[in-house]
Design a protein around this ligand. Structure first.
Ligand SMILES: [Zn+2]
Length: 123
């Protein structure tokens, strides 16, 4: 890895931390939400094995509904579920599913995708 790649990675990491702080906590942003569960199957191009992941959000979690890409060559990649989740909360919807591609600057377009299911519990 060369220096400019390191610099880009560090900048991406700092930006991620800032985004987290900006997002605030779930109970401050969405007081009606008791919990959010994102279940996903992560698929990386060229790798046969799919990887299941489950991410839980609680009232005290940061309201940052973004999942990192697991591809090591991917810079600032990830899957942003913010629109999906805020849309669900607005309509008090309890379940949704879909697919997303990584937004990052990876080794190739569509280098990774997720198939997700979101479940939200309300107070
Ligand atoms: Zn990626």
């Amino acid at each position: 890895m060369n220096n400019s790649m390191n610099t880009r990675k560090n900048a991406a990491r700092l930006e991620r931390r800032q985004r987290k702080l900006d997002a605030g906590l779930v109970d401050a942003q969405y007081p009606e939400v008791r919990g959010i569960v994102i279940s996903m199957i992560y698929n990386q191009r060229g790798i046969q094995k799919s990887l299941p992941r489950v991410i839980n959000f609680f009232p005290g979690s940061y309201a940052l509904f973004r999942v990192d890409c697991l591809n090591k060559e991917c810079i600032d990649g990830g899957f942003d579920l913010t629109q999906v989740i805020t849309g669900m909360i607005r309509n008090r919807k309890e379940a949704a599913k879909g697919d997303l591609s990584c937004e990052g600057d990876g080794p190739s377009a569509n280098h990774s995708t997720i198939a997700y299911e979101v479940a939200i519990q309300y107070t």
